[in-house]
Design a protein around this ligand. Structure first.
Ligand SMILES: [Zn+2]
Length: 266
């Protein structure tokens, strides 16, 4: 089974708000990681290549990797995109539509605390440039703790908003906080999303489930040694990894917290 690192980043900046600092890497660390990917001989492929391999399509290059970015921070436009462009690397950007605003205007709102987010004009520009735009819900809830009627808004309406913005079909989804359930995955598939990323803290693989793609989260505490291990296909399990009972217990706990209006932070 070939291990495919699907890296998930959030913000790439030197001055994140305190709340998002753990999920942020500095531009310098990011450049070093891109160098490690290149020096380590990994081929960065578009996410759809991995999904196609998971559906029995053409095999991936021997040592493939995928780059993904969640939420829609403004630094993607100013910092990340130019660095990816200089190296001709593909990437998927998953947007929380309620956090994206018209130029100079306000967003419809999300559960994400305040941060500098992309505007819709920048999203169109990134799409035109070739960055894959994907969905990450409207308000960034833990989808597996929501009642069914609210899933429609987060999964179906999010897709429509993105397609209206870029003018073509958008079919890659990422679960906020990485959480999903069978009911959520069914809804995602029914809405027309053809792939969905989780977190999982594991390598993905051609045998991984396309609606539950495992990713490796790169944050402030990811040492370059650990990143190097990931580049070399070490340091994490390879999906599919069976869902442990612990995960189910954790979900029950989060459901109770969400019902009490005190969701677990991520
Ligand atoms: Zn997110």
């Amino acid at each position: 089974m070939s291990a495919v690192p699907v890296f998930v980043y959030h913000s790439v900046t030197d001055d994140p708000p305190t709340w998002s600092a753990p999920y942020t890497v500095t531009p310098r660390a990011f450049v070093e990681q891109l160098d490690r990917i290149a020096d380590g001989g990994l081929t960065v492929v578009p996410l759809r290549r991995l999904v196609s391999a998971q559906h029995g399509g053409p095999p991936l290059p021997p040592r493939a990797a995928v780059l993904t970015f969640d939420d829609g921070y403004a630094d993607f436009y100013w910092t990340v995109a130019p660095l990816l462009s200089g190296r001709e690397l593909p990437a998927t950007l998953y947007l929380t539509t309620g956090a994206i605003h018209p130029p100079g205007g306000s967003a419809t709102g999300s559960l994400l605390p305040p941060a500098r987010m992309l505007n819709w004009r920048q999203v169109s520009g990134l799409d035109a440039y070739g960055i894959e735009i994907g969905g990450h819900s409207r308000t960034h809830p833990q989808l597996d703790t929501l009642p069914g009627r609210r899933l429609y808004d987060e999964i179906v309406v999010c897709k429509r908003e993105l397609e209206d913005a870029v003018g073509h079909v958008v079919d890659s989804f990422a679960y906020p906080h990485g959480y999903s359930s069978q009911a959520v995955r069914r809804k995602v598939q029914k809405a027309g999303w053809t792939s969905a990323c989780a977190v999982g803290r594991a390598f993905s693989s051609p045998e991984d489930h396309p609606l539950r793609i495992s990713r490796l989260m790169v944050g402030a505490d990811t040492t370059q040694e650990l990143f190097q291990a990931w580049v070399e296909g070490r340091g994490a399990p390879v999906a599919p990894v069976p869902e442990r009972l612990r995960t189910k217990g954790w979900r029950a706990y989060r459901r109770v917290r969400a019902a009490l209006g005190r969701p677990v932070a991520c």
